[in-house]
Design a protein. Structure first.
Length: 262
């Protein structure tokens, strides 16, 4: 409901109904303006200028309050901005990302993008919460990732999100599991083996994904498969980073490889 109200509010501000930019009778210059705004936003996003990218995605959203590319870009850019900042500013960015992901899910119910970006935002929020909140948010991550895979079983990013979930909960300590059982009725059975399976499938579907290979490397390390982990981490260093978080993953991969060296 909130997502629908937000879309209607944006539509009123823009003076057009949601999705009107796609209609045949919309002037071509308005469609051209939307495409140009998206192109500007994507360029700024690639250059890691997240705040400027967000401004440009908002320009596009003003032209089409139900614009798929604008909503997807905002969910992505707000998550990236949150990962590049700290404290309350990061928390606010992730909450905003979650809001745009909810809009995506409501406006495009057959596509995996909305639930996937919800999983990403929940995952980022989890890193800054206590054990109880981590378990509660982990459930949201798993549900959102599975929802994305129900819509598209070959959507590699959702496989990565679910692979991370399997690994993180598999590493949950005894006392945390006891607390989770008391508070939430327990946690799912998860395993590093299932994490590896999901992440290998993601890598097979998207071999150039730095994120997928990095997370696979971490899972393999957790399984003490050091040679296989090192092979994945070396590939991480060869891939071109697409965002600031990729640079951090490469730095971490290099440090882990150094520790693995004989």
């Amino acid at each position: 409901m909130l997502a629908a109200l937000l879309a209607l509010q944006c539509a009123a501000q823009a003076g057009v109904p949601p999705g009107a930019i796609c209609a045949d009778d919309v002037p071509r210059d308005r469609r051209a303006e939307y495409a140009a705004a998206i192109a500007r936003a994507d360029e700024r996003h690639r250059s890691l200028s997240y705040e400027q990218a967000i401004d440009a995605y908002h320009e596009a959203l003003f032209l089409d309050p139900a614009g798929l590319e604008a909503l997807r870009g905002l969910a992505d850019a707000w998550n990236d901005l949150g990962e590049a900042t700290t404290g309350e500013a990061a928390e606010d960015a992730f909450v905003r990302a979650l809001g745009h992901a909810q809009c995506l899910e409501e406006l495009f119910p057959t596509m995996p993008d909305g639930p996937y970006w919800k999983a990403v935002a929940y995952g980022n929020l989890t890193a800054r919460r206590g054990p109880g909140d981590k378990v509660a948010l982990a459930r949201e991550i798993a549900a959102a990732a599975r929802c994305a895979l129900d819509k598209d079983p070959e959507f590699a990013p959702a496989l990565v999100a679910l692979g991370i979930y399997e690994r993180e909960l598999a590493g949950l300590g005894f006392f945390a599991r006891v607390a989770a059982r008391a508070l939430f009725g327990g946690v799912e059975d998860t395993s590093l083996g299932e994490s590896e399976r999901l992440l290998r499938r993601a890598v097979a579907l998207a071999p150039a994904s730095l994120l997928a290979r990095y997370e696979l490397g971490l899972t393999l390390l957790g399984m003490n498969k050091k040679d296989a982990a090192a092979a994945e981490l070396r590939l991480v260093l060869e891939l071109l980073p697409g965002e600031a978080s990729d640079v951090r993953r490469q730095l971490d991969a290099a440090a882990r490889l150094a520790r693995l060296a004989p």
